[in-house]
Design a protein around this ligand. Structure first.
Ligand code: VGL
Ligand code: ZN
Length: 246
């Protein structure tokens, strides 16, 4: 999405401008980036899988994964509602290539619920690799959702496991807290962030991905495909500079 369409998403000015002449000061303010989104009581920040395994030095390192930590801390300070997630697999998880004879990481297999990418062992429950990155400093976060803990089923999404039936409980939690819009950041843009954003939409929430506070794996074009899917599902795409930060 280019800059001007991103701005249109922020304000709805795209639909407005089609029929009504837009005062020039709005256009100028949009172009200058001085109209910003202020997170409120019905918004939550979802910080997806910022865990040791997913940053450089980890077993499934995402390029630049460590770079987003200070920015995420800063963004989180402007949200009264913050939920963290952890990928949280059994040691013998079905998504691990090591569990399948003659399969290597990043190959795929067909499981009951569909095609599964096989990954290096990562985020095993209780291990150091599964811990949140040490630099994450969000003491006011209210909930940590762990996912992918059923041995036979993966869960990229923070809402719904890969069988597309089993809920993690996050949708119910957010509804119970009267949250209607989620902003997402973390790792990886094209897997757990994208799947969580798409499922947020399925469960009726508005969803917005903060691009510069996320990093992707980009396996066989997965990053571009994820942005396409999210655009189609009307997931917003912003930069952290589009937020009014404290
Ligand atoms: C993730 C691959 C496998 C992620 C988790 O957090 O994006 N990716 N498990
Ligand atoms: Zn995983």
């Amino acid at each position: 999405m280019n800059d001007s369409s991103r701005r249109r998403f922020l304000t709805g000015a795209g639909t407005l401008a089609a029929s009504v002449a837009m005062p020039s000061w709005i256009g100028q303010a949009l172009a200058a980036g001085s109209i910003k989104i202020k997170p409120g009581a019905h918004d939550a920040l979802l910080v997806i899988d910022v865990q040791n395994c997913f940053v450089p030095g980890g077993s499934l390192a995402v390029k630049g994964g460590d770079e987003i930590v200070p920015l995420i801390n800063r963004i989180a300070r402007s949200f009264e509602n913050v939920v963290l997630t952890q990928d949280w697999h059994t040691a013998d998880h079905v998504s691990f290539a090591s569990q399948h004879d003659s399969k290597k990481p990043f190959e795929t297999i067909d499981l009951d619920y569909g095609t599964q990418v096989l990954w290096p062992d990562h985020c095993v429950q209780g291990t150091q690799g599964a811990e949140l990155v040490g630099g994450i400093d969000i003491p006011h976060a209210q909930l940590i959702i762990r996912k992918g803990f059923h041995r036979e089923v993966d869960s990229y999404s923070a809402f719904l496991e890969a069988d597309r039936k089993t809920e993690t409980g996050l949708a119910g939690y957010l509804r119970g807290r009267r949250i209607d819009r989620v902003f997402l950041c973390g790792l990886a843009t094209d897997y757990c962030v994208a799947w969580s954003a798409l499922d947020a939409r399925k469960f009726g929430f508005q969803a917005v991905v903060i691009e510069d506070a996320s990093r992707g794996i980009d396996l066989n074009g997965s990053l571009a495909a994820a942005w396409q899917d999210m655009k189609k599902a009307r997931v917003g795409r912003i930069k952290s500079t589009d937020l009014q930060l404290a």
